[in-house]
Design a protein. Structure first.
Length: 94
């Protein structure tokens, strides 16, 4: 049995904690700022949100997403995670 907090996308399995699932559900419905501790899964929430909107972001449609991070190391980490998890092209801007 699949629990409510277990989500499958293209053979990738993501298990979200209840607070992550709650933040994701709110972000899907409205603009949301997620403020959580380091290592609490903000990137995972963002990945799941982008995956839910990926059909709008893929070209040739004029939609795009911007992901801001404070360090170059996180830019590389988020770029590789987004490319693998969302199957979206990620442009690197430092």
């Amino acid at each position: 049995m699949i629990k409510k907090d277990t989500i499958f996308f293209n053979l990738l399995l993501f298990v979200l904690d209840s607070y992550q699932l709650e933040a994701l559900e709110k972000a899907i419905k409205q603009n949301t700022i997620v403020f959580l501790e380091t290592g609490s899964g903000k990137t995972l929430i963002a990945i799941m949100l982008l995956r839910s909107y990926a059909y709008l972001i893929r070209k040739p449609k004029p939609f795009f997403a911007v992901f801001l991070v404070p360090t170059v190391v996180l830019v590389e980490q988020v770029k590789s995670t987004m490319t693998i998890s969302c199957l979206l092209y990620c442009s690197l801007q430092v």
